[in-house]
Design a binder for this molecule. Sequence first.
Ligand code: PCA
Length: 213
Amino acid sequence: MKVLVTGFDPFGGEKVNPAFEAVKRLEDKIAGAQVIKVEIPTVFRKSIEILDKKIEEEKPDVVICVGQAGGRFDMTVERVAINISDASIEDNEGNKPIDETIFEDGENAYFSSLPIKSIVSNIRNEKIPASVSNTAGTYVCNHIMYGLLYLIDKKYKNIRGGFIHVPYLPEQVVDKRSTPSMNINDIVTALTVAIKTTVETQNDIKISDGKTH
Ligand code: PCA
């Protein structure tokens, strides 16, 4: 089995992105699966084009995209991506789409095809905080998750894919009061668990991890 894992480059004035910092530290083999790691620019459209090329080239069985969610305290496994971009800041090439449809011929939303509940449960078993998130936002992370699931729906039917957001690293919050962070080793462990769980789980477990708001 082959797993393609992507991590975004730094954006929004940060010097690092914990997503690619963690992705590049992953083992090359996890649960018997080959792990391919790739850095993706935080740029609307281009990020999806690069992902598409990489999928074409590598023909993975699983694709997991990873991004930074500054301000969140835990690992958040995204449930859904929506067909809209509404940027609050420019991307790394100066794009700032407002209420823009990602793919005209796509569904309004796509659900992750990763075993999200099993992933959350197994990360928590490692004593690392994790939860299911019901919004990946409307910036480049939602964009690439939507693009990935659109591509899977349109041309890579047998691939399972989804998205995981990770908190800031401690070094990023030195000058941000009361902002949560997670150390790199825990993020790497949590992503490793997510990959292992996806490789080993076909049917997700049914446990509640919903929210009232
Ligand atoms: N996080 C941003 C885009 C790139 C990243 O790592 C987001 O959550 O949209």
